[in-house]
Design a protein around this ligand. Structure first.
Ligand SMILES: [Zn+2]
Length: 506
């Protein structure tokens, strides 16, 4: 068989795998929307069967032969990015499928259901100790699985790599330290400025707000040819169903916050449906998972959606569509969006403090897997970090360590992606400003085409051919770097708080 024929074989395996993954996405969406309570048990059996089929794509004799063949191919000498993406993705999925011990995986699946129940119970009782033994078992089992997948790497590196491919814990830790210190300095600086007043935002009619927020998502570039909105779900998420099929789930609410949810999900949808045809044919569509996908959604939510240029353009439309905003002026609305206030809750936090919430969870996981921190001491370590980074102490565990479902729900080695998304955004912004210096003027005119064209060419079209690190290197010429994101925040918030931005100082 020639090299090209081998490539055809792994492309076919990858396409089959993606089909199963699409079925899984459809099931997951259905679970949040149409599945009746008593349908759950049978559905779990169906989902388990599909999951098994998906895994088996990489467990055949043929897959083993291809692994032997491609392990000999020096990846850095493969020049074509689609070919490189095919080989890299094939080898990593094959390793995970072939090396994950079936008995440990079974144990973990059983434990997962218990974990969720105990987490809920602990939340009710506001007592981490109820959840603690289950968290310990879940972390330890995950650690064992990770060591089986890659005996040469530390377990936490492998777990982080399963969410953010190619990312190394040491490198992330170093950049998170830069980000953390920079954010603490910025918070300190802002405390000496003029903080915007807290604004009592009016509530609109939920139906009208939902329709308006969706119209903004379409306006920034979400295409109804390749995506649909369902606003009857309790939280916002996007399901990547196919290369030209993204399902956005949102909720109805009279709050203007819904606009940011819709812009966020539009960012995910545009990224996931923007792959080039060649990338789609290779089964590598949908974008890079983890922090890089989050960078795209947060770009549209924050760097577009919370910018002054955008609201200069958009505010008259809001005031017209939702009459309750007619009595409020643009300045009040905009400043209120940028009131920085450390809080205990990650999902309610502002643009400046958000990353700190993600970093401290990442640090707890990292220290646990390094053997420095024990499950018994996690709640206390959590509270100490909140005091240190945000100046707040949770009054109970439910508002502290029990607030996210991630650790109970198989998202271990995941939190870094939220803060990485912000770091990537700073770097993407730097490259965008270099190539499109007038992009803010375009926003102010309601013209999103130049931005989307740039995103399409530089990011979306590549699907998941490259890792986040490779793609960043290509568009910015540099490795992971927290400084551009800090510069962005400093520039924006210094202006709002009436302070001098760092870059203007001699
Ligand atoms: Zn997201």
């Amino acid at each position: 068989m020639t090299y090209q024929e081998h490539l055809q074989v792994i492309a076919q395996i990858g396409r089959e795998y993606r089909h199963y993954k699409s079925i899984e996405s459809l099931f997951e969406l259905d679970q949040w929307t149409m599945l009746p309570p008593q349908g759950g048990t049978y559905r779990q059996e169906t989902a388990a069967l599909i999951g098994e089929k998906k895994n088996q794509c990489y467990l055949t004799q043929q897959a083993a032969q291809e692994e032997a063949y491609f392990s000999q191919v020096p990846l850095d000498q493969v020049e074509d990015e689609v070919e490189r993406g095919l080989i890299r993705t094939f080898l990593s999925r094959r390793r995970v499928a072939a090396r994950t011990p079936a008995d440990l995986q079974r144990q973990y699946s059983l434990l997962k259901a218990q974990c969720m129940e105990k987490w809920k119970e602990a939340r009710q009782a506001k007592d981490y100790q109820i959840f603690m033994p289950y968290l310990k078992q879940a972390f330890d089992l995950k650690g064992q699985i990770a060591r089986a997948i890659d005996p040469e790497s530390p377990a936490f590196d492998t777990l982080v790599g399963l969410t953010d491919e190619g990312v190394k814990v040491g490198e992330v830790s170093r950049q998170f330290d830069v980000l953390k210190e920079g954010l603490k300095t910025l918070l300190d600086k802002l405390s000496r400025g003029h903080a915007p007043q807290a604004v009592d935002y009016p509530q609109g009619d939920p139906e009208a707000m939902s329709a308006f927020a969706q119209s903004l998502a379409r306006e920034v570039g979400f295409s109804t040819e390749v995506g649909t909105f369902n606003d009857q779900v309790i939280h916002g998420f996007t399901s990547f169903m196919g290369p030209r099929d993204a399902r956005v789930s949102t909720y109805r609410s009279g709050s203007h916050e819904l606009i940011f949810t819709c812009l966020h999900e539009a960012g995910h949808a545009m990224y996931s449906t923007g792959s080039s045809q060649r990338v789609i044919d290779a089964g590598l569509w949908g974008g890079i998972e983890g922090g890089f996908h989050e960078a795209n959604s947060r770009f549209y939510e924050n760097l577009v959606g919370r910018s002054r240029a955008y609201w200069n353009y958009c505010y008259p439309k809001l005031a017209k569509a939702i009459p309750q905003f007619g009595d409020m002026d643009l300045e009040t609305f905009y400043l209120g969006l940028h009131r920085v206030q450390p809080s205990l809750k990650r999902i309610a936090s502002d643009e400046v403090t958000y990353s700190l919430h993600a970093i401290l969870r990442f640090e707890l996981e990292r220290d646990y897997f390094a053997g420095i921190l024990h499950a018994e001491d996690m709640a206390q370590a959590w509270n100490e970090k909140y005091r240190d980074y945000l100046g707040l102490c949770p009054p109970d565990d439910t508002q502290g360590i029990l607030q996210d479902m991630h650790w109970a729900g198989d998202y271990i080695g995941y939190f870094q992606s939220y803060a990485l998304g912000n770091i990537y955004d700073g770097q993407i912004l730097q490259a965008l400003e270099r190539d499109l210096p007038r992009w803010q003027e375009n926003l102010q005119q309601g013209d999103f085409r130049p931005l989307n064209r740039w995103m399409g060419e530089n990011i979306w079209s590549h699907g998941c051919c490259l890792t986040a690190g490779e793609l960043l290197e290509r568009i910015t010429g540099s490795a992971l770097d927290a400084q551009p994101f800090l510069n962005y925040l400093d520039r924006k918030y210094s202006a709002i708080y009436g302070l001098v931005p760092q870059s203007n100082r001699v």
